[in-house]
Design a binder for this molecule. Structure first.
Ligand SMILES: Nc1nc2c(ncn2[C@@H]2O[C@H](COP(=O)(O)OP(=O)(O)OP(=O)(O)O)[C@@H](O)[C@H]2O)c(=O)[nH]1
Ligand SMILES: [Mg+2]
Length: 258
């Protein structure tokens, strides 16, 4: 009994799920920065077989509440990594954060408090996205609009920032959503939130945590035209039509294998 209570205390109530690919310059700083702010949070790096020293560095860190899960190469995908992390974390709440410090860690406290106050989902909402540069800012705005039309059509909750990668959620709400809709989820995609809104319950209690999006400081960006294609692909028949047109313009094979 005493052991069970101790294990529960160590496991804490929240897991920070961090998708990674070749982030050796960021992983340790990230783990240390989260640990300093939240001594009891579990940290799960969901790594897609990085070719750098990421795994070795996290193992050397020796933090019992921090682990790096190296995923099966054939299942590679940013969204797939995050969905797997949510399924496996085992805590009451999960939060998803990028590994390049673009999501300020100072937001985690407010997000956690909103979860404790009864939210099902807290969305990190970017007030000022100009750090992305004009082209990405405009693309992001257009996609948000397009995706909200799609969610509206399906009677699902919408958000000012449905492209956000900074979110917190209840595992008891979203684990069944992920399991029941596994074949519908866009595993190669980047927009986890969009799928959680699309396939989640209509009456989600959603809160927002506002933040300013920063520039990636260290390490390489992994963004590519595939992000546009997979995001369109998530948005129903018309979205798949747009994905096909865009892929054609870029000379990329579409539809691709799931
Ligand atoms: N597991 C996994 N993580 C990935 C993959 N591609 C990127 N990531 C991680 O996902 C997070 C977001 O990727 P970024 O390259 O920062 O994408 P972004 O923030 O849209 O682009 P930038 O603004 O240029 O940084 C980072 O933590 C990456 O390491 C992947 O294929 N698998
Ligand atoms: Mg980034």
């Amino acid at each position: 009994m005493v052991i069970a209570v101790l294990v529960l205390e160590v496991a804490g109530t929240c897991t920070i799920v961090i998708p990674t690919y070749n982030e050796e310059n960021n992983v340790v700083n990230m783990a240390k920065a989260i640990r300093e702010l939240h001594p009891d949070f579990h940290i799960m790096f969901m790594d897609d077989n990085s070719t750098d020293r990421s795994k070795q560095l996290i193992d050397e860190l020796g933090d019992p509440l921090t682990e790096m899960v190296v995923r099966k190469p054939e299942e590679r995908g940013l969204a797939a990594s995050v969905f797997q992390g949510i399924l496996e974390c085992g805590t009451d709440y999960f939060m998803t954060v990028d590994c390049d410090f673009q999501h300020p860690l100072s937001t985690l406290k407010g997000m956690y408090e909103k979860m404790e106050a009864g939210a099902d989902l807290v969305i990190g909402t970017r007030d000022d996205r100009t750090a992305m540069g004009f082209k990405r800012w405009a693309g992001s705005w257009l996609f948000t609009f397009f995706a909200n039309m799609f969610l509206f059509w399906h009677g699902k909750p919408r958000s000012k920032d449905n492209m956000s990668g900074l979110i917190a959620g209840r595992t008891d709400v979203f684990v069944p959503v992920i399991k029941d809709n596994w074949d519908n989820l866009e595993m190669k995609g980047w927009k986890v939130l969009l799928d959680l809104l699309r396939w989640g319950p209509k009456d989600l209690k959603i809160e927002e945590e506002h933040y300013i999006f920063a520039k990636r400081e260290i390490g390489e960006s992994h963004i590519s035209p595939n992000v546009v294609i997979t995001t369109f692909h998530q948005c129903g028949m018309f979205g798949r039509f747009c994905a096909r047109v865009y892929a054609g313009l870029k000379g990329i094979k579409y539809p691709y294998e799931k």
